[in-house]
Write a protein that binds this ligand. Structure first.
Ligand code: FMN
Length: 319
């Protein structure tokens, strides 16, 4: 059998991620495992399988006890460190001592403390069936594993939209409605940026013009007008003159008439806006795992592509 193809086919089965720990005279051991499953409710039994090459095997067999930690969405680093062959997995990790001396890791979605009931031969693995002596669950969303990649189960925690019998509901304007989700995400993401706009003493018209100039300078008023048409923020001659007077922009005579540039003050505001945007992105990224950010960005690009009413190329400053 082709090992890689078999492994890949098994990878289609999405699982949670656990760390199984145990301890004996030889010390504490632990490893990342996703072979965990429930077996029986009465009596309460669980199982998982351990590679015969694992450094944990001797300890778990000698101890007769193990603790299964269902990892939470924010424990990805822990799961990576327990998936390595290392004797330092517990360094810097504060653990309590559980039943049979098994180390207990905090911050998990759930923990099952078990006594080994049976050990079966299973090819190159040993199947452990454990009787659950104690367990603890929390509200923390789980870490998930699918096709060799980690995923955050945080999205599973977003409550279903209430079924409200209102006109909005009849026309489909519920919390699961795509335009609602996009608009709300936009609204919430923009809050810190709005704060910068406010503290910089500019209004929304200034903001859109400054933002466009930060993409490309030396624009005519016609170019700005064309590029901002979809935003409903139209730059009038008075607006441009007023921004000039307030020192936000400079105007130079060039090809085809007056061309508009950012002043030093205007450029400083764009730097603050950029810093705030980067911070928003950074904060949001910390809630995603592995390829989720890339997936989200390509989905958003697809939405933009499929809904584009013909917004001009904002990088084109010529008119
Ligand atoms: C998501 C994931 C799931 C895993 N599941 C298992 C498993 O169920 N059983 C197993 O023996 N190893 C599993 N491993 C591999 C072990 O974590 C890895 O081989 C580790 O180095 C074992 O360490 P040890 O030799 O110190 O026990 C898994 C690894 C990952 C990343």
């Amino acid at each position: 059998m082709n090992d890689t193809a078999f492994r890949d086919a098994l990878g289609h089965f999405a699982t949670g991620v656990t760390i199984v720990t145990s301890s004996s005279k030889g010390g504490r051991v632990g490893l990342t495992a996703n072979s965990f499953n429930s077996v029986s409710l009465d009596p309460p039994l669980v199982l998982w399988s351990l590679s015969k090459t694992s450094n944990c095997l001797a300890t778990i067999s000698a101890s007769g006890y193990f603790a299964v930690h269902i990892l939470a969405y924010d424990q990805i680093e822990l799961s990576k460190s327990f998936a390595k062959k290392s004797t330092q997995k517990f360094d810097g990790l504060a653990c309590e001592e559980g039943v049979g001396g098994s180390p207990l890791i905090s911050g998990c979605s759930a923990v099952f403390q078990c006594k080994v009931l049976t050990q079966y031969e299973g090819g190159d693995h040993i199947i452990f069936v454990g009787e659950v002596l104690e367990y603890e669950g929390s509200d923390k969303a789980p870490l998930l594993f699918h096709k060799g990649k980690f995923h955050s189960g945080e999205v599973l925690q977003i409550p279903d939209s209430p079924k409200v019998d209102s006109i909005a509901n009849q026309v489909g304007f519920t919390e699961d409605f795509f335009p609602y989700l996009m608009a709300r995400a936009h609204f919430q993401l923009n809050e810190p940026i709005k704060d910068v706009v406010k503290s910089s003493g500019i209004d929304e018209d200034d903001y859109f013009i400054i933002l466009l100039l930060s993409i490309g300078e030396g624009r005519t008023i016609q170019n700005i007008s064309r590029c901002l048409e979809h935003t409903n923020h139209h730059p009038t001659n008075e607006k441009i003159a007023e921004m000039h007077e307030r020192g936000l922009i400079t105007i130079k005579n060039g090809k085809g008439g007056d061309r508009i540039y950012l002043s030093r003050d205007g450029a400083q505001i764009t730097e603050k806006l950029l810093a705030a945007s980067k911070e928003v992105e950074q904060k949001l990224r910390s809630h995603f795992v592995s390829n989720e950010v890339d997936s989200l960005k390509s989905i958003l690009k697809k939405v933009i592509l499929r809904t584009d009413p013909g917004i001009p190329n904002l990088w084109d400053v010529e008119d």
